[in-house]
Design a protein around this ligand. Sequence first.
Ligand SMILES: Nc1ncnc2c1ncn2[C@@H]1O[C@H](COP(=O)(O)OP(=O)(O)OP(=O)(O)O)[C@@H](O)[C@H]1O
Ligand SMILES: Nc1ccn([C@H]2C[C@H](O)[C@@H](COP(=O)(O)O)O2)c(=O)n1
Length: 139
Amino acid sequence: MSGVLLTDTEEINIAINSKTASGKTSVGKLIAEKLHYQFIDTGVFYRYLGFKFQSDNFKTNFYKIIDHLNNLKNENHLDEINTTVENFSKEEYFLSGKKAAILAENDKIREAINSILHEITKKKEFVVGFEASTTIRLR
Ligand SMILES: Nc1ncnc2c1ncn2[C@@H]1O[C@H](COP(=O)(O)OP(=O)(O)OP(=O)(O)O)[C@@H](O)[C@H]1O
Ligand SMILES: Nc1ccn([C@H]2C[C@H](O)[C@@H](COP(=O)(O)O)O2)c(=O)n1
């Protein structure tokens, strides 16, 4: 990893992009702590959604899911999402991941999640961990 020099006045976001289980969260949290930035693990959005809509038929409830996502475009929901996912049992974590992988294949859902991330990170000073295949450009 190459070094980044930040001055006190610079306001940026830092994106970490790599494969599943490669250490994005571990490294991202360390960087965030050091810089007093906030860490966002993008996987939690997919897992939260997978958990929330686990028993729903994906096709028939598509607009319900998108509506739900549109209501999350606010930093205030980040804690709620993180806490929900942090408190998953092992079984919930496993099941949410399975459903998350299905949701993540849908372009509209990915767009909606990316748009939430754009909105939240407008304020800057976030470290964001992305799955290698779904990296987006942060503003
Ligand atoms: N430098 C390291 N050496 C050994 N193990 C590590 C290291 N960094 C992280 N790990 C371990 O690897 C696993 C995956 O790490 P982490 O959750 O940080 O990766 P991730 O890329 O965020 O994963 P995911 O894509 O599933 O969100 C964890 O169990 C973590 O403790
Ligand atoms: N930016 C992202 C983050 C996650 N996903 C998918 C990949 C997994 O199937 C699921 C859960 O992610 P994890 O918590 O294991 O990082 O969500 C994605 O497509 N794009």
